[in-house]
Every structure is written in structure tokens, then in C-alpha cells.
Design a protein around this ligand. Structure first.
Ligand code: 5GP
Length: 187
């Protein structure tokens, strides 16, 4: 169990729903919340910096992290692997720091199993059409990757009932405020 006064919130939801925009705002406006930095084998997008949005690692390094048990959870997503380094999460929770993980559905399920006290938040799109528009319009991925992500999104949307809280992402400001309120009301 996490010590009293700490709180682990997991933000999940389909690719393209706007999780990273919410996290960017949270980081800027609420530095009191610590956001875990995941390791990934995918390449950085323009504007992404190693160690900030992600630790960008090659397959061999990711393999070593898995073998050494360094990841709290990890998953294959759209052809690449993503995982949460365990050490920093445990340390922040032990120090009572509100901690947020932004991970996919498979990862959220693993965290639920490993840390049942975690509060799972599902970020839902206002509509399926809006999600398709956002995923297609991002313009950072080739069509086959977009198709993979849409297929994953259909599966992820069906998992909504597994979550403790559902937030519809119609306004980034509102969603961020509600996330922060969740920490405040339940810590
Ligand atoms: P993107 O490539 O768009 O940054 O992320 C793709 C998906 O991977 C998103 O749904 C994101 O939430 C998820 N993701 C990011 N980091 C992790 C992680 O550490 N573990 C898992 N399981 N998923 C992650």
C-alpha cells in the first residue's frame, strides 16, 4: 500500500484522445504533481526531448530493463514498447508526492494488479468521430501507424467500465482541474 498522504493516479484512454496535452498542462500548472517519465522504443517526435516526455531507448536497453525487473509495467503499443520505470514511482510515493502515470490500457491493468490502491482515470473522447479527426489530423504518423492506433483505440474504448473515474476530454482546462481535484480530494 502507498503510505498515507500519497496518491497514485493512472491516466489512460485511447491514443489521440489528448492525454499528453492534459499532462503538458498539468506539468506547467501543477508542479506539485510528479509525472512519471516512461521508457519507449519509439522515435522522438519533433519537439520531444530525451528524458522529458520519454526516455528514448533502443530494443536492447528495453530488454535489459525488463529482465532486471526495472519496469513497474510495460506494453507493446503500435509496434513499439513502452514501460514505467519502477524506482522513481516508488520513491515519489514513499515521499508522499502525488504521482501520475500516463499509460495505455494494458499498462493500467498491470498497475491495478500490482498496486490496487491506484486510482484509474479514463480519458474519453467527446465522440468517435472526434477521435478519428484528432488521430488523423496530428500529421506526425504514417497511415499504417494511424490505422494501428485506431484499431487499438476501439479496443481501449470498450474498457471504459474498468476505470474508477471517466473524464470526457471536451476541455483541457476542465479535465486538468478535475484530475488535480481528484488528488486533493482523495490524498
Ligand atoms: P505515444 O507514442 O502517442 O506517445 O504513446 C502511445 C501510447 O503509449 C499512449 O496510449 C500512451 O499513454 C502509452 N504509454 C506511454 N507511456 C507508457 C508506459 O510507460 N506504459 C504503457 N503501458 N503505456 C504507455
Amino acid at each position: 500500500m502507498a503510505p498515507e498522504g500519497s496518491r497514485l493516479v493512472v491516466l489512460s484512454g485511447p491514443s489521440g484522445v489528448g492525454k499528453s496535452t492534459v499532462v503538458r498542462r498539468l506539468r506547467a500548472e501543477h508542479p506539485d504533481v510528479w509525472v512519471s517519465v516512461s521508457a519507449t522504443t519509439r522515435y522522438p517526435r519533433p519537439g520531444e526531448t530525451d528524458g522529458v516526455q520519454y526516455l528514448f531507448v533502443d530494443d536492447a536497453r528495453f530488454d535489459r530493463m525488463v529482465t532486471a525487473g526495472e519496469l513497474l509495467e510495460w506494453a507493446q503499443f503500435a509496434g513499439h514498447r513502452y514501460g514505467t520505470p519502477r524506482g522513481p514511482v516508488v520513491e515519489h510515493l514513499r515521499s508522499g508526492v502525488p504521482t501520475l502515470l500516463e499509460i495505455d490500457l494494458q499498462g493500467a491493468r498491470q498497475v491495478r494488479a500490482a498496486m490496487p490502491e491506484a486510482h484509474l482515470v479514463f480519458l474519453a473522447p467527446p465522440s468517435w468521430e472526434e477521435l478519428v479527426r484528432r488521430l488523423t489530423g496530428r500529421g506526425t504518423e504514417p497511415p499504417d501507424v494511424i490505422a494501428q492506433r485506431l484499431a487499438a483505440a476501439r479496443v481501449e474504448l470498450a474498457a471504459e467500465p474498468e476505470f474508477d473515474t471517466v473524464l470526457v476530454n471536451s476541455s483541457v482546462t476542465e479535465v486538468t482541474d478535475r484530475l488535480v481535484a481528484l488528488f486533493a480530494s482523495t490524498a
